[in-house]
Design a protein around this ligand. Structure first.
Ligand code: DAT
Ligand code: MG
Length: 140
């Protein structure tokens, strides 16, 4: 497997509870390197663009409101098979279904307030990284 980059967000429920370090410890413990990171307050426009694929879903409004409710930490993670690897480390979308040791099992509150985002494919990873980072902000 090749070295890949994936896009991660530490979501408002986690930043609010001071869990940025705890989440990063799980990420780094899994062998993924944090090659870019910044704490931002997402605008409504950024959140709507980011989750545009879900705009017809009943939870879209709630999801956007949640993502702008508190600061988030956006990151680029790099490593062997990083996209699939980070999805494993995150755990299932609904923390009730997440495996022990995953970020969502250990820290998420609900299917909506589920602590982290991770890209689901190489194409989406590239688009998501470019939405939040300039090339010179990523230091591999
Ligand atoms: P994931 O974040 O695991 O990639 P997704 O892409 O299906 O999951 O959904 C994006 C986010 O939308 C998810 O992290 C939380 C929210 N969401 C998904 N399904 C939901 C539901 N049934 N109720 C409330 N929020 C939901
Ligand atoms: Mg998704």
């Amino acid at each position: 497997m090749a070295i890949e980059r994936t896009f991660s967000i530490i979501k408002p429920d986690a930043t609010k509870r001071n869990l940025t370090g705890a989440v990063n410890a799980i990420i780094e413990g899994a062998g993924l390197r944090i090659v870019a990171q910044k704490r931002i307050r997402m605008t409504r426009e950024q959140a709507e663009t980011f989750y545009a694929v879900h705009k017809e879903r009943p939870f879209f409004g709630e999801l956007v409101d949640f993502m702008i409710s508190e600061p988030v930490v956006v990151q680029v993670l790099q490593g062997e098979n990083a996209i699939a690897r980070y999805r494993e480390v995150m755990g299932a979308t609904n923390p009730a279904n997440a495996a022990p040791g995953t970020i969502r099992k250990e820290h998420a509150l609900s299917v909506g307030e589920n602590s982290v985002h991770g890209s689901d494919a190489p194409e989406t990873a590239a688009i998501e990284i470019a939405q939040f980072f300039a090339g010179n902000e990523i230091v591999g």
